[in-house]
Design a protein around this ligand. Structure first.
Ligand code: 6GU
Length: 247
């Protein structure tokens, strides 16, 4: 997969791209990431990439021409790409969207800044607009890293065990269960006994139940679309009985 990032702040990407899963995925050749500095596509010695909004008002707007030139340079060099604009007005990002993006051959992540990008870019040069949540960030760079991280880790051969992806929070439409590692006791705090039992079926049931318990407590909205089995419904009844007893 080829990912092109278009930004006014290329340095924001250096260290996140070097480390961890994103670094490894590039080393392994699973993904190639190219950073494009919008200022390289501006005109004049001041390399101006933004301008005041028509109609007046506060803030600045990203000028259209440098973006158009940059996108055209990318498609001329690399070929056609799906262009994703990072903006607080976009569609809320989700695991589903990460899965969809992971199927693309070539992506452009266009980082908005200031009050936004010229509307003509949004209308005619982007395929998808994405927001990472209901809060305002100074620009689309951190959201681009969020999209990049969650998409790249889904590519085959990036995360060591395929199974560990299937068991992630959200993959089954539920939150993940708790995890424990050694030692068995720390500061008087113990690991739940069932995890030490060696009884794989009991462990599976415990994990599923805790996953349901957490989802019920923290994100009951997820039940609206999570596929639940008869066993899940039984476990949920047990949880409800336990909670009622605990008051
Ligand atoms: Cl994609 N951009 C900005 N500037 N703020 C955001 C966002 C994006 N998603 C949530 N907040």
């Amino acid at each position: 997969m080829d990912i092109h990032i278009v930004t006014l702040f290329p340095d924001l990407f250096t260290s996140p791209l070097k480390e961890s899963i994103l670094g490894k995925a590039q080393e392994r050749g699973v993904v190639r990431v190219a950073i494009h500095d919008l200022r390289d596509h501006t005109e004049g010695k001041h390399r101006v990439a933004d301008d005041a909004p028509y109609g007046g008002g506060v803030g600045m707007v990203l000028k259209p021409e440098p973006i158009i030139r940059c996108l055209e340079a990318i498609s001329a060099e690399a070929g056609p790409a799906t262009v994703v604009l990072l903006t607080p007005q976009g569609t809320p990002f989700s695991q589903e969207m990460a899965k969809r993006l992971a199927k693309e051959e070539r992506l452009v992540l266009l980082c908005g800044r200031y009050e936004g990008v010229d509307e003509r870019i949004r209308l005619h040069y982007t395929d998808l607009e994405v927001s990472i949540g209901d809060y305002v960030l100074a620009g689309g760079e951190i959201p681009a890293l969020v999209v990049l991280d969650s998409t790249v880790r889904l590519l085959p051969g990036v995360v060591g065990e395929e199974r560990s992806i299937q068991e992630d929070s959200f993959e089954a439409g539920l939150l993940d269960h708790p995890h424990y590692t050694r030692p068995v006791e720390v500061e008087g705090l113990e690991v739940p006994g069932v995890l030490l039992s060696g009884d794989h079926e009991a462990i599976r049931l415990w994990r599923r139940k805790e996953s349901l318990r957490r989802t019920r407590a923290r994100r009951p909205d997820l039940f609206a679309s999570a596929p639940l089995t008869d066993e899940d419904r039984e476990l949920l009844k047990e949880i409800e009985a336990e909670e009622a007893e605990a008051g």
